[in-house]
Design a protein around this ligand. Structure first.
Ligand code: FAD
Length: 385
């Protein structure tokens, strides 16, 4: 089987790439391990996802107008956006199906229940993938392969573009849908006095998405931390007679982006390339953007009839142009700052933001809108260390 482009993985990154490739008329294969899998996720989509890519009403669980940050000593900062929504919460089973269906409607061919096992190399160049299908192992060939198969992407490693993640480059997470939510309709981020945080994102009705995450290298058990959070005073204030509906564990890249994301005949997008905020764990937006930029690069490669790294390096230029790597690297520095001094730095930051509207507004824009911190803001942050 020969395609123009093979996209491995139909999450947000893969489906967005496949949609744009198919729209441009390229013969596109979208290979997915299991389309019925609910990706373990908080499902929190800040407003920029809707602004840049659209999130239709039919896939939204909840639209929120505020986020609350709670630091280790219980200091609470509520960041409000009175007029416009701060974002929305989705159920990933529904949201991913919407993105995947859109790609298929645009002409991509979906291969479900098909697991990409390896890349096929010819003279050091990626020319296809080996796929375990219900009918057995198959070889699928293409001019370009886009690795969008998430944090555990095998082909990202097999292509030689990056090494396996080290434990301190990942966060281990537990996430659940829990019924019985009685709190305000805003997203809660509860930071521990060590590197890790819990979240409560209200969905529809009395259901909320609740989870915890911490560095995989931590000796703490993420399951015990999750149970602790469910017994905490903060959680108890938000829930009455909670009932866990679905509970899953899963890792997320948590070390920001490094290394190379393209090679001869291949590009890495989304979690496969580590495009996740190491402060909030937000990754859907970056998966969509990297999927889009990789698709645009593949289309360019077709125009030039050159699928080597020489043309695919355009992907890096596009990433740099949008400032994606720079922003995520900056978030890594912010993360180190907010977790410094056993959580005391964050206590001070939140207290200061409660007393200073300008500082509070800039904090919101830096955290969620990709804004570059001003010199004054950065200086103030450093003064809390
Ligand atoms: C617990 C948790 C909470 C999170 N909360 C948020 C949040 O609230 N907001 C946010 O923006 N981000 C959040 N993230 C991050 C977000 O989930 C990811 O960044 C995002 O899903 C990345 O999209 P992707 O398309 O790169 O990969 P994924 O969404 O992981 O999709 C990869 C796809 O590839 C498929 N696949 C995997 N292996 C293969 C294979 N070998 N062959 C074929 N198909 C394969 C999978 O089935 C899947 O459909 C969270 C992550 C976790 C773990």
């Amino acid at each position: 089987m020969k395609f123009d482009v093979i996209v491995s993985g139909a999450g947000p990154g893969g489906s967005k790439a496949a949609e744009l490739l198919a729209r441009s008329g390229l013969k596109t294969a979208l290979v997915e391990r299991n389309a019925n899998w609910r990706k373990p996720c908080g499902g929190g989509l800040p407003r920029h996802v809707d602004d840049d890519f659209g999130v239709p009403e039919k896939v939204r669980e909840n639209t929120y107008y505020a986020r609350a940050f709670i630091s280790a000593d219980g200091t609470k900062l509520v960041l409000e956006t009175e007029k416009e929504p701060g974002g929305c919460v989705v159920d990933r089973l529904v949201y991913d199906a919407y993105l995947r269906d859109t790609a298929v409607d645009c002409g991509a061919t979906l291969f479900d229940k098909s697991t990409v096992k390896d890349v096929i190399l010819k003279n050091g160049r990626v020319v296809g993938v080996k796929v375990r299908t219900p009918e057995g192992l198959k070889e699928m060939m293409a001019d370009v392969v886009i690795a969008a198969d998430g944090v555990a992407s095998r082909i990202a490693v097999r292509s030689g573009l990056r090494a396996k993640w080290k434990p301190d480059e990942l966060a281990k997470c537990v996430v659940a849908f829990i019924d019985g939510y009685e709190g305000p309709k805003y997203n809660h981020f509860y930071f521990f006095d060590f590197m890790g945080y819990a979240w409560i994102f209200p969905m529809s009705g009395k259901r909320a998405n609740v989870g915890v995450g911490l560095l995989s290298s931590s000796k703490r058990s993420v399951l015990e931390l999750f149970d602790w959070f469910l017994r905490s005073k903060y959680f108890k204030e938000m829930f009455r007679r909670e009932k866990i509906v679905v509970k899953q564990g899963y890792p997320v890249p948590f070390s920001s982006v490094s290394g190379q994301h393209y090679g001869d005949g291949i590009m890495l997008v989304g979690d496969a390339g580590g495009f996740v905020s190491p402060v909030t764990g937000e990754g859907v937006y970056y998966a969509l953007w990297t999927g889009k930029l990789a698709a645009e690069t593949a289309i360019l490669a077709y125009e030039r009839e050159d699928f080597s790294g020489n043309t695919l390096k355009e992907y890096k230029r596009k990433l740099d142009e949008r400032g994606i790597v720079e922003f995520l690297s900056g978030q890594l520095r912010l993360r180190d700052l907010i977790y410094s001094n056993q959580g005391r730095t964050l206590n001070l930051i939140l207290k200061a933001a409660n007393e200073d509207e300008r500082f509070k507004d800039e904090l919101r824009r830096v955290l969620f809108e990709g804004a570059k911190p001003s010199a004054e803001f950065a200086q103030k942050l450093m003064s809390f260390m």
